[in-house]
Ligand binder design. Sequence first.
Ligand SMILES: [Fe+2]
Ligand SMILES: [Fe+2]
Length: 374
Amino acid sequence: MSPESKVSSPSGAVASLSEREQFSAELERFEMKPLWLIYRDVLTKQPRAREVPFLWSWNVVRPLLLRAGGLITAAEAERRVLMFLNPGNPAQIGATATLYAAAQLILPGETARAHRHSPAALRFVIEGEGAYTCVEGEKIFMKPGDLVLTPAMVWHDHGNDGNEPVMWLDGLDIPLTAALNCMFLDEFPSLSQTESAPRERSEKLYGRALFPSETLAPAAKPYSPVWAYRWAEAREALACLAQGSAPDRFDGTILRYVNPANGGEVLPSMGCRLQLLRKGERMAAHRHTTSAVYHVAEGSGHSILDGIRFDWRKGDTFAVPIWLWHEHAAPTEDAVLFSVTDEPVLAPLGLLRSEPYPENGGFQAVRSVFQGSR
Ligand SMILES: [Fe+2]
Ligand SMILES: [Fe+2]
């Protein structure tokens, strides 16, 4: 008798447990498994994130990063980086299931070797001036609040020609690239690239609504042709939007950094946002299928993440995993949050979904206050 006839009786009578176990064991030999054993675990009614909300305080990160500066050189380390790992899923390199975040330090006179890799990267400068990122031969000097992009497989190196330590937040799509098993890394033949393009070329050429005429335009790439988005300009735009526009119920006054060639996201795997919470504003709670890493660019306030209040101030970074209730507030002063989202990945897959918090007028009750570390 075939194993099939034992388990599919039309009368509804089923085989004994031991017969089923024996059947499953038999399947294993042929690299098969009955779906019914794990059906409810796979097709969950809602996302079940292993990741939890967490905050990395700049008060904690900054001294540790500077200590790392005394322990290892940028040359030895390749990149002197402290990764932000999610305590709900520490085996994975990431702050959320799709987004990696970390703090990087480069000291005066140091160079971080030129390379390129398949994960896309961005950096948001936290502190210090005089450091640069050289992207495809174009040297970009960075100031606090500047966003600098290095898309997938684009050559880049860093250096610090100034006289103070420079620290920034790194954002990469490493968990996603790793899940796709599509990791590539090439090292540049020399330590750093030679400066082969005019400084800030990408901003001057593509960032000012003046593009090369069609015959001269390079082929469209799936990422922004502008490598750097400057803090002064982004902050000014945000202030401008805040004048006379009603804030979004969940996000306050919010801008997206866009690819000026098509109005889309700056990178195919990561979108960037800048949002203003005006003093006294308390936004409503919602949840969505995108996950995000937030960085406090200015001011202070708090977010309630799944009933836990996370107090934050300038320099702090926090993770909001998928499908987690969250709301933001700035009770005592204006606050600006920079964030990285995986929305560009979910949108074309038809997986964008969100819902407002249904109870208590749209606001969560605070069950506890985040204490900082484990
Ligand atoms: Fe890199
Ligand atoms: Fe949100």
